[in-house]
Design a protein around this ligand. Structure first.
Ligand code: SF4
Length: 364
């Protein structure tokens, strides 16, 4: 296992578009959850060689948890993992959670990458997304991160909002260039079933942009990222320099084995995927009895592994071995219009990324 994902399922509020496993009310202490995390890690350390290079705290909202809890966790982690081999330790934070003091503590603990859930630098878009933080919170957080001397700062943005114009999207970029941000994850707003947003769309209360508008916004996004010197390396991810690419997420896209711990977390060991039960109490009680709270194990056949390698690899600009695509006998015009060749690799070009869902469904 090369990567360690740790799921922190606590959130102050549930955002209307979110389908991650997270809870807004809990009766257990953070300490008891982190105790269970350590038990889970010990269990898998006895089954697998943990050659961990990256650690990623995702959520939920990991910044709901005070830094002291992370400090105690890391002081015990060293007896299970060789922390000296870990190159990247990321934590996702929401703009309203931590101040300068907390960021300094995080840096002292050993975190070296921060991913900030800004989502938008425009108040009206934050309202549309049902977010509770303000633009002021985001700007303050980014300034504090620089003051705390974090070098590797990433920002999440969501685009493809109702009535969003290219000009509005351009405005988001005004802030990015001079706030020390070196990585951007720009996600097209996706509507998941069983979320309030899904219902609003169905009832006509939330009007998603038409395809043409999405296309215009997409090319605006590419233009603006280039202007601030960011290079795309994955369908939704851009970095200022190669060294700022997310090493942890690259493990997923390259189909490297990783361990995911925590309620609802997924793991992959090169042959199978499994995920934990999405219930906090069940998760903690199970580890008190040292029984893995695994919800489901999915064994992958050779064919399924190849298919996943293709899907995950084509998310990156590095692409996949060209034979994987060419043997599917797609029409020549499709290959010419949507792909680009790099040595023995093939990857989507800009237009291919835009239409990747349709092309992938042809491929598989
Ligand atoms: S803060 Fe993040 S994880 Fe929590 S509900 Fe909102 S989008 Fe989902």
């Amino acid at each position: 296992m090369k990567g360690l994902y740790i799921h922190i399922p606590f959130c102050n509020q549930k955002c209307p578009y979110c389908d991650f496993f997270s809870i807004t009310q809990w009766k257990v202490s953070f300490e008891s959850y982190f105790e269970a995390l350590l038990k889970e890690l010990e269990y898998y350390a006895s089954l697998y060689t943990l050659n961990i290079k990256t650690i990623y705290f995702g959520g939920g909202t990991p910044s709901v948890v005070p830094p002291k809890v992370y400090k105690d966790f890391f002081s015990r982690l060293g007896s299970i993992l060789d922390l000296s081999k870990v190159e990247e330790i990321t934590i996702e934070v929401n703009p309203e959670s931590y101040g300068l003091e907390e960021f300094i503590q995080l840096r002292e603990i050993g975190f070296n990458r921060i991913s900030v859930g800004v989502q938008s630098f425009l108040e009206e878009n934050l309202k549309k997304l049902g977010r509770k933080h303000s633009v002021k919170h985001s700007l303050e957080t980014l300034k504090n991160l620089s003051r705390a001397e974090f070098e590797n700062i990433s920002v999440d943005l969501i685009w493809g909002l109702p009535q969003q114009t290219p000009q509005q999207l351009r405005e988001e970029f005004k802030y990015l260039s001079d706030l020390g941000v070196v990585h951007l994850s720009a996600y097209l707003l996706t509507v998941y079933e069983e979320t309030p947003l899904y219902r609003w769309v169905e009832e006509g209360k939330f009007n998603l942009p038409e395809e043409e508008q999405i296309e215009t916004l997409y090319y605006t996004l590419l233009e603006e990222t280039k202007k601030i010197g960011f290079q795309r390396y994955e369908i939704s991810n851009f970095a200022k320099e190669e060294k700022y690419r997310s090493k942890h997420n690259l493990l997923y896209w390259k189909m490297e084995p990783f361990l995911g711990i925590g309620a609802g977390a997924w793991s992959f060991d090169s042959k199978k995927r499994w995920f934990n039960k999405r219930n906090l109490l069940t998760y903690i009680e199970a580890w008190n009895k040292r029984t893995p709270p695994v919800e489901e194990v999915i064994n992958l056949s050779e064919e399924e592994l190849l298919r996943e390698t293709l899907i995950m690899g084509l998310r990156t600009t590095e692409g996949v071995n060209k034979e994987l695509v060419l043997k599917k006998n797609l029409p020549k015009e499709i290959i010419e219009e949507f792909f680009t060749f790099k040595g023995n690799k093939i990857a989507f070009n800009d237009r291919g990324f835009l239409l990747s869902n349709s092309i992938l469904s042809m491929l598989i």
